[in-house]
Design a binder for this molecule. Structure first.
Ligand code: CP3
Length: 334
């Protein structure tokens, strides 16, 4: 059994390490493949290449877990919405079409994502037994933000659109829930042994809507994973003190904290859960001394607890892989 799965299930007092976006643009070996594969969705659907990319950070750093190289937006893509990744702008989705969305079914959805599941199978075959393979999804709310194109600027939403299309929002969130559970089940069947739910835009939900748009959808998915006996880590990024309420209600096996959360606050307030992450990705752009001082803070606080060492968000593309290596060395020696 992978060490990560063991920590999440048995809450053994030990540590494990992996990084969000550990397979990505900061690695020259990824950039080389990416240069030859301009269409990002097509790259995610090339099971040989996506399996190779999944294993790149494992081969380079011997991390404890691999996360499948794919994207949360593969789900809207599989549900019939065109997805384009535009340089300097991020992902742009074709206008949402309700009829197309409602025409989907389990079989067609699974068929479109078959290469992702193939990539999981191929990666699992090449991984040692002591390593976990993490499958993942975007939470319904975060996918909705992209699907309805309601993101204005970096941290601002067109919330009027959410209010004025309340019925449609509810319909989309409910349907997404069904397909996300199918996607999780397919990933497990292919060989994923831990699931992470990315709710990257949970922090932008208004307080009145927080239960309906964040707690309820995440709970349904966590309950589904529990039934499947697969441990699940939630990452409701940017929700501040609401992390406590989230954890008490959703009850995941693991909870990933972002870099705005004080580790001591998390230790005091997040109970009956394994904490993951926290270290600001920007720290890795600084000096080695600074990296180590900051990493040590997390390891000291969670010293007598099960803890999954990770960042408070994904590795930045500008990160020097040698600094990542240095951080892992420090972690191993701690
Ligand atoms: O290594 C891993 O973490 C596994 C693969 C992975 C990717 N995306 C690959 C990727 C995972 C788990 C994701 C999750 C994801 N995708 C999230 C949730 C986490 C978060 O960052 O909040 C979100 C919101 C997305 C949507 C997405 N995909 C965005 C906003 C972007 C563009 C911005 C960016 O960071 O580049 C992507 C593209 C993307 N997904 C890249 C990678 C490696 C970069 C693609 C490139 O080479 O241009």
């Amino acid at each position: 059994m992978g060490k990560l799965k063991e920590i999440l299930i048995d809450r053994k007092i030990c540590k494990s390490i992996w990084f969000m976006r550990q397979a990505g643009r900061y690695l020259p070996e990824f950039r080389k493949i990416r240069l030859q594969n301009q269409n990002f969705i097509k790259l995610c659907l090339n099971s040989d290449l996506s399996s190779e990319i999944t294993l790149q950070p494992i081969n380079r750093f011997n991390l404890d877990s691999a996360i499948i190289f794919s994207d949360i937006l593969m789900v809207p893509y599989a549900l019939g919405q065109e997805v384009n990744f535009i340089k300097e702008q991020g992902p742009v989705l074709e206008e949402f079409n309700k009829e197309i969305f409602l025409k989907n079914n389990k079989k067609s959805f699974t068929k479109k994502l078959q290469p992702v599941y193939e990539a999981i199978k191929k990666s699992r075959e090449k991984l040692n037994n002591d390593k976990s393979l993490i499958g993942f999804i975007g939470a319904p709310w975060t996918l909705l933000v992209y699907m309805l194109n309601i993101k204005l600027k970096k941290n601002e939403l067109d919330y009027d659109k959410v209010k004025s299309r309340k019925d449609e929002v509810k319909l989309i969130l409910d349907k997404l829930n069904d397909y996300l559970c199918i996607h999780i089940e397919n990933q497990i069947d292919a060989g994923a042994d831990v699931i992470q739910i990315f709710d990257s835009w949970a922090g932008l939900i208004k307080s009145d809507d927080f239960s309906e748009y964040c707690i309820v959808p995440n709970s349904k998915i966590v309950d589904f994973c529990r039934k499947k006996k697969i441990p699940v880590i939630c990452f409701p990024r940017g929700i501040g003190k609401r992390y406590k309420d989230f954890n008490n209600n959703v009850k995941p096996n693991g909870i990933s904290i972002d870099y705005e959360i004080e580790p001591n606050w998390a230790k005091t307030n997040l109970k009956n859960v394994v904490i993951q992450g926290g270290l600001a990705p920007k720290i890795l752009l600084g000096s080695e001394d600074k990296i180590i001082v900051n990493a040590k803070k997390y390891l000291d606080v969670f010293n007598n607890l099960p803890y999954i060492f990770n960042l408070g968000h994904g590795l930045l593309p500008e990160t020097d892989p040698d600094k990542v290596k240095r951080l892992i060395k420090f972690y191993r020696e701690y």
